[in-house]
Ligand binder design. Structure first.
Ligand code: WT7
Length: 633
């Protein structure tokens, strides 16, 4: 979208007020009042939220901030998130569908809360029998199928720490994440379906695991009926393991501050960061946001289109929806296969009431045209959500009009892998401004500051920071606490969490997030570090050095533009560019979309030898370069 349309739309300052029906059913009716009250005493607000959960033992202290920034929530409290996600529903919702799965080929599976309880317990027992103990790490490399959720819950049940790796990642990325986590067991599938083809997963795991001495056992879910090699004594079929197990497994009593999972996320430099989340605070923060933002009631059918491999899937496909006892949809289906109305046919078929997706998907649908959603009855929808990137006003209007039929409020939710839960967002009753995630959730204090950490007045762009701790905040970076401190608490002077985004706040206190402050790529809503992508380029035999920058793309948000220096004696050609592209796609998987490759003799670098991607980005996007005093040449 051109900047001109953006500014015209913004000048309109159209506000969308909630309809009467929305206000009537809303759990929170007075947004501003709740924000004000929570701001007066955030700890009281979060303590009340914690009281809605089941605990084995109540906390002694809501927040321990004696060792900042290692905040500890609900200290002394004992709990297990699976009790809240599964067991507590057995009395009231045993036969309600917990997970509704639709596979890419169209196969549908419905798992009730009672069945989910049984499945989780069975696999928890199986993991125990494989030698997994409290505190051990289990890596999953699974498609978006129910076993993904069941494995996460089974780990949590016995106090093991799950590390979910998105199954689109390459074997190298998987290997690095298993090595860092020192996982004892890996859970995968034989394969999955994508665009009508079978994609094998087990061979990728085999190659990765060959370089991972910590891995003792590999469990394989039969999903694709593919012919995969099983190594006796090491590889086990999931269905054979669970067939032998009992459907009862007591939930391990966990400290609120015990780790629940590690989820790796990319930074600008260095290896991926293992973001650690814990049982207690995560459970409270995710539950409260799920309940209030999506305003879930008994009759809802909720669909978040993410993959469970991302934080969105952890918090708002698996844990959040199950904790509020709704029906959560999981699917392998991509939006446009076999036709561009796949998702809309699913909304119609399953009578979805809440639909949560990403701007990149919305832009792709816009491109395909409104005749596709218009073929379907979308009248069950009452609320829409967006996450992952700023949603351009144009896409917002399309989503509002074509999908929501001008009756569904759009929850533009800002948050991060690190924050665990949504932090800036409207509630259903909030007046909406297309393109703004509106205001911090009650109990959250956010601000915009300049480079010296000083709070900025309305409409001045700066760094987005969070000034009060929140329950679902990350605990640390796995095995690298110092990196946690440096990355999030030391980038700017001041006592606050630095999100790494640039944003402004308008005269009504609405936040407008503009993007990442550093040069992490954001492709189809996925954060990808430049380091990993450049490494893939450099692993091509003809390439000496590479620098990648994100350039705006209508559909994907950003795509990769690469600057490549060839090894001596190599000649640049369109064929070579094609070959390098192919190589990188093979290395990184389909997430890495390369727009073009430009061959260069030199790259702009700092005196210390760091590539100045900012300079390349300015060139690629036709924007001013800014300060180049550190440029070497
Ligand atoms: C980054 C975090 C958390 C879910 C998925 C992404 C960007 C996320 C929004 C939004 C503007 C957004 C930010 C953030 N982002 N949601 N509603 N408006 N930007 O998780 O991969 O950890 O990425 O995504 O830049 O810092 P993630």
């Amino acid at each position: 979208m051109s900047e001109e349309t953006l500014s015209t739309l913004l000048k309109e300052e159209r506000k969308f007020l909630p309809r009467k029906e929305v206000i009537e059913r809303a759990t929170v009716k007075d947004w501003e009042k709740v924000i004000k009250e929570a701001a007066e005493n955030p700890l009281k607000f979060w303590e009340e939220a914690a009281r809605e959960m089941e605990w084995f033992q109540k906390w002694e202290k809501v927040l321990d901030d004696s060792n900042k920034p290692f905040f500890r929530w609900f200290v002394g409290g004992k709990c297990n998130i699976t009790v809240n996600a599964v067991d507590r529903h057995l009395k009231t919702r045993a036969n309600k569908v917990a997970i509704l799965f639709e596979g890419e080929p169209g196969d549908v599976r419905k798992i009730t809360y009672a069945e989910l309880h049984k499945e989780v317990c069975k696999f928890a027992n199986a993991l125990k029998n494989l030698g997994v103990k409290k505190g051990d790490r289990v890596t999953t490399y699974l498609p978006n199928i129910p076993e993904q959720a069941i494995t996460m819950l089974a780990c949590a049940r016995i106090g093991a720490i799950h590390s979910v790796v998105y199954a689109g990642f390459s074997k190298e990325a998987l290997r690095d994440r298993i090595v860092d986590a020192e996982a004892k067991v890996v859970v995968t599938a034989d394969g999955t379906f994508r665009r009508g083809k079978t994609i094998l997963l087990k061979p990728t795991v085999d190659e990765a695991v060959a370089a991972c001495p910590s891995v003792e056992k590999v469990v394989v879910v039969k999903r694709a009926n593919a012919d995969v090699k099983m190594q006796p004594g090491k590889d086990f079929w999931y269905h054979e393991l669970v067939a032998k197990e009992s459907g009862e497994c007591k939930a391990e009593v966990m400290e609120a501050t015990d780790p629940l999972f590690i989820l790796y996320t990319s930074g600008t430099t260095g290896k991926p960061k293992g973001v650690v989340h814990v049982h207690g605070g995560y459970m409270v923060g995710v539950h409260r946001t799920m309940k209030w933002i999506f305003d879930i009631k008994e009759e809802d059918i909720y669909w978040c289109t993410a993959d469970a491999g991302w934080i969105t899937g952890h918090s708002y496909i698996v844990y959040g929806p199950l904790m509020v006892g709704t029906t959560t949809i999981m699917s392998e289906a991509v939006p446009d296969y076999p036709q561009p109305d796949r998702w809309w046919s699913m909304v119609e078929k399953h009578k979805v009431t809440v639909f949560y997706t990403a701007p990149t998907a919305i832009r792709a649908m816009m491109k395909n045209g409104e005749e596709w959603p218009n073929k379907h009855d979308l009248s069950t929808l009452r609320l829409l959500g967006s996450v992952g990137e700023p949603i351009n006003p144009e896409a917002w209007h399309w989503y509002y009009r074509v999908i929501g039929k001008e009756k569904c409020p759009i929850m533009d939710t800002w948050w991060q892998t690190e924050t665990g839960m949504i932090l800036i967002t409207p509630l259903p009753v909030s007046p909406l401004k297309p393109g703004s995630a509106t205001k911090p959730f009650p109990g959250i204090i956010a601000d915009i500051v300049d480079g010296s950490g000083k709070s900025l007045p309305a409409n001045q762009g700066g760094f987005l920071v969070i000034k009060s701790p929140w329950p679902a905040m990350m605990a640390t970076i796995y095995k690298d606490p110092d990196r946690y401190v440096q990355t999030y608490w030391k980038k700017l002077p001041g006592d606050f969490y630095v999100a790494g985004d640039v944003a402004r706040r308008d005269e009504d206190g609405y936040f407008w997030v503009q993007g990442r402050a550093d040069d992490v790529l954001k492709i189809s809503g996925h954060r990808i570090g430049t380091m990993e992508v450049e490494s893939a380029f450099v692993s091509h035999p003809a390439v000496a050095e590479a620098a990648v920058v994100g350039v705006p793309d209508e559909v994907k948000g950003e795509v990769i533009k690469a600057y490549v220096i060839l090894k001596a004696g190599q000649k640049s050609s369109p064929d070579l560019a094609e070959d390098i592209k192919k190589h990188v796609r093979k290395e990184l998987g389909p997430v890495a979309v390369i727009k073009d490759i430009e061959f260069r003799d030199k790259l702009p670098k700092t005196r210390s030898g760091k590539i100045m991607r900012r300079v390349l980005k300015a060139e690629a996007t036709g924007k001013p370069i800014g300060d180049i005093t550190t440029l070497e040449d």
